[in-house]
Ligand binder design. Structure first.
Ligand code: LP5
Ligand code: MN
Length: 245
């Protein structure tokens, strides 16, 4: 049984190289897998399932084709595409996961998540996350004309980019306390997430003495990153984007 995990591709019209690399990945590597888990931020931003841009249609088609070939697809929302909804998931043949998904991987109790929830020192971001999760605000946003939604999303991206220049690297990482609590609360020994763009397999001891592993997926930019789990064998792999096309 082969399972693949990816996150933080940030696909957009501005990076056709990433879109090509992803479509190539789906048509080659992923066809040999039984399950593909996308742990958030597949897109640069998502403003509603009704957008149906050429990029979205291209990605929908590629994901649908893979799911029809028998690979099961799962999606965990990121901080940029938290509004991906049931319609897009159905069109792609993907199952939407809850924000923290406990499951069994490599014979261990495992948690799958985007990872932004664990960056609890980033108070401005956590406030932003709370506010944008309000259902009435999402409802209002989703009923604005598409052109207006694109402008707002671009403004928020700019605000985010500027905000990040003022923040230290450590503020934008997960906090040891939130990681510990998340493992203990779910009695898990393995965690897989993205978001921080700091790919690594961390081995650590919880406050209760339990040994655990936290695997951080890399973002797709100059390199593509994926995690492959074959039964109990775990490999975090990267390749230059150009060689993957
Ligand atoms: O994404 P990344 O890695 O660059 O930074 C994140 C955090 N930023 C975000 C914002 C996203 O990048 C953009 C999301 C676009 C969503 C589109 C739909 C919007 C719909 C809203 C409907 C209800 O998540 C960043 C973290 C960083 O990760 C590391 O963890 O620090 O957090 C921030 O930058 C948040 C800021 O601190 C505060 C938010 C600034 C918002 C400015 C809004 C100004 C314009 C509003 C116009 C109406
Ligand atoms: Mn993210």
């Amino acid at each position: 049984m082969t399972k693949l995990f990816i996150a933080d591709l940030h696909l957009s019209e501005a990076r056709p190289d990433l879109t090509n690399a992803f479509i190539h990945f789906l048509a080659t590597k992923a066809t040999q897998a039984d399950e593909l888990y996308i742990l958030g931020d597949l897109f640069e931003f998502w403003i509603g399932d009704d957008e149906q841009s050429p990029l979205q249609q291209q990605i929908t088609h590629a994901l649908k084709t893979l799911s029809e070939q028998g690979c099961r697809l799962f999606y965990s929302h990121g901080n940029r595409d938290f509004m991906i909804g049931k319609r897009f998931a159905r069109e792609c043949g993907m199952t939407l996961l809850p924000p923290i998904y406990p499951c069994e991987m490599a014979g261990e109790r495992t948690l799958l998540l985007h990872g932004d929830q664990l960056c609890t020192d980033d108070e401005a971001y956590q406030r932003f996350r709370r506010i944008t999760s309000w259902p009435w605000l999402q409802w209002v946003f989703l009923h604005l004309p598409l052109s207006r939604r694109v402008k707002i999303a671009q403004q928020i991206r700019q605000g985010s980019h500027k905000g990040k220049q003022q923040k230290s690297r450590s503020i934008m990482d997960v906090t040891p306390g939130s990681v510990n609590d998340c493992f203990e609360q779910h009695q898990a020994t393995l965690m897989i997430h993205g978001h921080t763009h700091r790919p690594m397999i961390h081995e650590l001891s919880l406050n209760n003495g339990q040994k655990v592993r936290r695997i951080v997926l890399g973002d797709w930019n100059t390199d593509l990153w994926y995690l492959q789990i074959d039964d109990r064998d775990i490999n975090l792999i990267s390749q230059p984007i150009t060689s993957a096309e």
